[in-house]
Design a protein around this ligand. Structure first.
Ligand code: ZN
Length: 232
């Protein structure tokens, strides 16, 4: 589902900008933060040892994935909850504050890493080279100011995406609210789902992904001046 998570997070970020909920200063910052949000759309799956994040920068990413999985209780637990989103956001806020000689290196790394993840999933050539460029652009534009928000939105869209699959998530982790009457929407395990997409990787998921790609293309064309403005 890496591809779907990336595309839906990018679409979510563009939609928030489009609706005026978030306002990114200029087009270069919007490009950098959209890619960062898109990559952050995969962050919750850092709890999966066979996921693309765990294999992104071996062996370090594998170790981090193992540590996160141990702390967060395993796959689709802590990182797939409201608390998990707050932690991702708080890490990005903390990174903004940590500077060395005035440069927020960790924040730049976060922008480069998440954006680089998105580029890799989308099949951009050049491996991590694109990420280095994104890190540079994140620093010279106004991207870092909204980076924590972009990361929080990416993680939130991921959880919403998983919520739409059969397996569902427990957004209240570490609390487990058990239903009086178990159903597909709210199971005995406390997991909740609105399984309109069916199992992960279903045809419906691919159709939704295609629709979101269309939206991204449309908004991109508008930003680049190829299309008449969409009125939100
Ligand atoms: Zn997930």
């Amino acid at each position: 589902m890496g591809y779907s998570h990336t595309v839906s997070a990018a679409a979510g970020w563009l939609a928030l900008n489009h609706l005026g909920v978030v306002s990114v200063a200029d087009t270069p910052s919007l490009v950098v933060t959209t890619l960062a949000c898109a990559g952050a759309g995969m962050l919750p799956d850092i709890d999966h040892k066979n996921g693309s994040i765990a294999h992104s920068i071996p062996p370090i990413s594998g170790w981090i994935s193992g540590i996160v999985a141990a702390i967060s209780g395993g796959h689709r637990k802590g990182t797939h909850s409201i608390l998990g989103v707050l932690v991702f956001w708080a890490v990005a806020i903390g990174a903004q504050k940590l500077t060395y000689e005035g440069i927020p290196w960790i924040s730049i790394f976060l922008a480069a890493y998440t954006g680089g993840l998105a580029l890799r999933v989308l099949g951009a050539p050049g491996g991590w080279l694109g990420a280095v460029g994104l890190g540079y652009f994140a620093w010279v534009t106004d991207s870092l100011a909204v980076l924590p928000l972009a990361i929080g939105v990416g993680a939130t869209v991921h959880i919403m995406g998983d919520l739409l699959t059969t397996r569902g998530v427990n957004p209240l982790w570490p609390l487990t609210l058990k239903p009086a009457f178990a159903s597909r929407l709210w199971r005995k395990s406390g997991y909740m789902a609105l399984p309109i997409l069916g199992d992960a990787g279903s045809r419906r998921e691919k159709a939704l992904c295609l629709l979101l790609c269309g939206y991204i293309l449309f908004v991109s064309a508008e930003i680049l001046g190829f299309a008449p403005p969409l009125t939100a």
